[in-house]
Design a protein around this ligand. Structure first.
Ligand SMILES: [Zn+2]
Length: 385
């Protein structure tokens, strides 16, 4: 009986292992980072740059080979929790629809100009004034955020660029050590259309050609960022495009903002860059840290499974984010649950095996005793006759 049970367990374990190895691994799916280096363009004319020749940016723009470049990969295990990081407080972000904003396709990104009434009033030593916001994205196949979390790209990323109020304007501040503060957030895919993003995405066709712009009515720009601004990463870095000035105090929010699949597709498929080519994959590869620290305003939750965000960047998975829509609760991904289930199955199988072996051993010792008895009492068989 126990032998049968053991064999059944063994069979189940084998079956389970087969299922696990055929299930797609989230890490395998996301091998898209740092691949653009394959396409080396020759040296660009001074002042002109493209995303396909980013390895040669530093030829014409010396800051691009500095040691405080952006974007970076954020290793959540190495981020230093700093309880003293002040909360970000925004002011003036809720714009009236009577105000009109310029939306532009500048050939590198989709950019929305912001009035100087939008400000970060707390979070830094001085007030920072908003100048513009823009986006980085990939394609349907390759998620295109610039920053990565534990080497995972998200589908897209929004940057809200602010300059230090002690300077007259963005261009004056851009080259100053304390000049810029950029708020960055990851854009993932959700089930529903994001109405706030529709303010911008609904007019994409009007700016599909490079160097065109349009005017859109004001709206609450705050809503383009995640609801929770209290959980973020902070580090010193640079502009992620030439001239790569190392003057940006970066804030990357932990929580992901979501748009619908259709909305993301509009961003990926509508805009044209030079030579009428599709404007996509406008993200720079992660840069080396060179000893820089990344602080976090929150303590990373410890899950039993390491710190890898769940799923791929494409599904917007980040196991520490609130408002998950991919059925991933309590910090456990499908992979984690499978691993735990198979681990448990293995332990049960092992116990069954040990019990089986002990049982067999007892049986064997009884058998040897019996055979000895057989020998001893052999003559007794005659009684049967
Ligand atoms: Zn940017």
């Amino acid at each position: 009986m126990l032998g049968k049970v053991f064999r059944a367990f063994l069979l189940l374990s084998l079956l389970a292992l087969t299922v696990e190895s055929s299930a797609p691994s989230s890490e395998e799916e996301d091998s898209s980072s740092e691949k653009d280096s394959e396409e080396h363009a020759k040296g660009s004319p001074h002042g002109h740059w493209t995303y396909t020749d980013q390895d040669s940016w530093s030829v014409a723009f010396e800051h691009c080979k500095g040691k405080s470049q952006s974007p970076i990969n954020i290793d959540t295990r190495k981020a230093l929790f700093d309880p003293m990081l002040p909360e970000i407080v925004l002011e003036g972000y809720d714009l009236s629809d009577t105000k009109s904003l310029k939306l532009q396709n500048n050939g590198h990104t989709l950019q929305l100009s912001l009035p100087n009434t939008l400000r970060i009033v707390r979070g830094f030593d001085t007030v920072f004034i908003a100048a513009q916001l823009h986006f980085h994205w990939g394609t349907k196949e390759d998620p295109g955020s610039e920053h990565t979390i534990d080497n995972v790209h998200f589908p897209a990323e929004i940057h809200v660029v602010h300059y230090n109020s002690k300077y007259a304007n963005l261009s004056e501040a851009a080259s100053k050590a304390d000049g810029l503060a950029v708020l960055g957030a990851f854009i993932g895919i959700g089930l529903h259309e994001n109405e706030n993003y529709e303010n911008i995405l609904s007019v994409l066709k009007d700016v599909s050609i490079e160097e065109t712009d349009t005017e859109i009515p004001g709206f609450n720009v705050r809503h383009l960022l995640p609801p929770n601004l209290q959980r973020f990463y902070r580090y010193n870095g640079s502009l992620t495009t030439p001239p790569c000035f190392q003057t940006v105090n970066w804030t990357i929010f932990n929580d992901t903002i979501r748009v619908s699949r259709k909305q993301l597709a509009a961003l990926e498929d509508t805009l044209k860059a030079e030579h009428n080519e599709l404007l996509s994959k406008n993200f720079r590869a992660p840069q080396l840290l060179f000893g820089r620290d990344v602080q976090s305003s929150f303590r990373a939750e410890v899950s039993g499974s390491g710190s890898q965000p769940s799923g791929t960047g494409r599904s917007g998975g980040n196991s520490r984010s609130i408002g998950e829509e991919n059925g991933n609760q309590g910090g456990f991904s499908r992979g984690d649950i499978l691993a735990i289930a198979f681990g448990a199955l293995f332990v049960v199988t092992l116990i069954a095996f040990i019990v089986y072996m002990v049982h067999q051993r007892k049986k064997f010792s009884r058998f040897t005793k019996d055979s000895r008895q057989n020998v001893i009492y052999k003559p007794a068989t005659k009684e049967e006759a």
